[in-house]
Write a protein that binds this ligand. Structure first.
Ligand SMILES: C[S@@+](CC[C@H](N)C(=O)[O-])C[C@H]1O[C@@H](n2cnc3c(N)ncnc32)[C@H](O)[C@@H]1O
Length: 427
């Protein structure tokens, strides 16, 4: 019988419960609200305790790039990939040093030009700006016509910036305000419209967000060593791709620090659809969803999960869920095999993962992953149980609406209140 992790004591030193939002959004960490991102202090600790300066640290599911930022500010080489273009753009911006003067100059142009361009009397700017908006009916689904027009004028001016790094920086500021400027039900993880939503002023939000980011980018620039700043492309390599095909030579990396997607926990493809629509990344949503591990929208037959526990769990599930969970474990196994390829012997993989439940069946992701790792040539270095900091990962949501709420609400069920950090070592 397999040993489960239920009885492991919580290690409160990993909760970082004393950290404020200010602490967790230091340097570039707070640019964009990325669901299920982990707090930088966790990534930093895992990096410092399991690697040394100059080592290669990889995050195969980099999301908002937390691991990569922490890798480079702690003098490691950071390599990351994510299937989501927004994650890629975000991670790139968060790890690219940019001269403060360049950001400030462009900001001054926004401040000067945009109020004039957005003055309703100048239809010319609007018709010019409309050329930049990708044709997609879903933009009209999410944005009221007036908001869409205002956003278009801002978007067009960003796209006219010649310096790509500066342009990308402002695209992220733009991406961050989109949800507030749309009729997306603000606190929902499911794409739901709210026709009564308060309408925000896009220009005010954009300037405020940009200003905040400029300050933070300056802090990031100061924290980065001169050598890394000047040779950034040698120290960080981020890409948009699959976790099963990492951008790293065989047996070169020392450490993996990652939090993989959860099976059908969030539809990441859906969650980032607002910026994806504007940036023209989203041509075909159903096709895009298929690429995500943990997505409900795919199918796989006859696979060896390399875990008896995984087989037991799958056999207890019914209907669609059975296939979903099987696909998830199969995809994750392939991803672990890829981490094995890139890691040196003695290199470690730190996997941050929570367990969940479907149809009354406990989905013991952490235990399954440990078994899969053992079966492909790793040993366990440590298993840590930690509390999830509610400031970063909302821990309560209504199972029907997907809306986050207070613990006291009666419909609200706690999701992932604790999670595990598996530290596996390659033999
Ligand atoms: C839990 S999030 C990671 C969050 C990240 N630790 C952070 O701090 O922002 C999981 C990520 O896995 C990505 N993902 C899903 N399927 C993937 C795949 N096949 N290859 C690479 N990334 C994938 C999702 O886009 C999502 O960004």
């Amino acid at each position: 019988m397999k040993k489960y992790f239920d009885n492991i004591e919580i290690d409160y030193s990993y909760s970082f419960s004393d950290k404020t939002i200010k602490d967790t959004s230091y340097i570039t960490h707070g640019y964009y609200t990325y669901p299920a991102k982990f707090i930088p202090q966790l990534a930093e600790r895992l990096i410092k305790e399991n690697s040394k300066e100059g080592d290669i640290v990889i995050d195969p599911f980099m999301g908002s790039g937390t691991t990569i930022v922490e890798a480079i500010v702690n003098n490691r080489i950071g390599i990351g990939t994510d299937i989501n273009e927004i994650a890629f753009l975000l991670s790139k911006v968060k790890t690219t040093p940019i001269k403060n003067t360049e950001l400030v100059t462009e900001y001054a142009k926004f401040e000067k030009d945009l109020p004039y361009k957005l003055d309703g009397r100048f239809d010319y700017f609007l018709s010019e700006a409309q050329k930049y908006i990708p044709e997609n009916e879903r933009i009209d689904y999410w944005f009221l016509p007036e908001q869409k027009d205002k956003l278009s004028v801002i978007f067009a001016q960003i796209l006219e910036i010649e310096n790509k790094n500066v342009q990308n920086f402002y695209l992220i500021a733009f991406a961050q305000i989109l949800k507030s400027c749309s009729i997306w039900l603000q606190k929902s993880v499911k794409p739901t419209r709210d026709h009564k939503k308060k309408v925000y002023e896009p220009l005010t939000l954009f300037l405020r967000q940009s200003k905040k980011m400029i300050k933070k980018h300056h802090e990031f620039d100061k924290k980065l060593s001169e050598n890394i700043k000047e040779n950034i492309d040698l120290y960080r390599n981020v890409s948009c791709g699959d976790s099963r095909n990492l951008n790293c030579e065989t047996e070169k990396a020392s450490l993996i620090v990652t939090s993989p997607p959860y099976v059908t926990s969030y539809e990441y493809a859906d969650l980032h659809q607002l910026p994806s629509l504007w940036f023209g990344y989203l041509k075909d949503l159903p096709e895009f969803r298929q690429k995500f591990i943990g997505s409900a929208y795919k199918n796989r037959e006859n696979v060896d999960l390399r875990s008896n526990l995984a087989n037991e769990i799958v056999s207890e599930l019914k209907n669609k869920k059975q296939n979903e969970v099987k696909n998830y474990f199969a995809d994750m196994l392939e991803s672990f095999e890829e981490t094995k390829r890139v890691l040196k012997h003695g290199g470690r993989a730190c996997i941050v993962i929570g367990n969940t439940e479907f149809q009354g069946v406990k989905i013991k992701n952490a235990e399954v992953f440990q078994e899969q790792f053992h079966n492909i040539g790793f040993k366990t270095h440590n298993v840590i149980k930690r509390e999830i900091p509610s400031k970063m990962l909302p821990s309560t949501r209504d199972p029907k609406t997907g809306k986050f709420g207070k613990i006291s609400d009666k419909n609200i069920k706690l999701v992932y209140p604790t999670e595990y950090i598996l530290i596996m070592e390659k033999l």
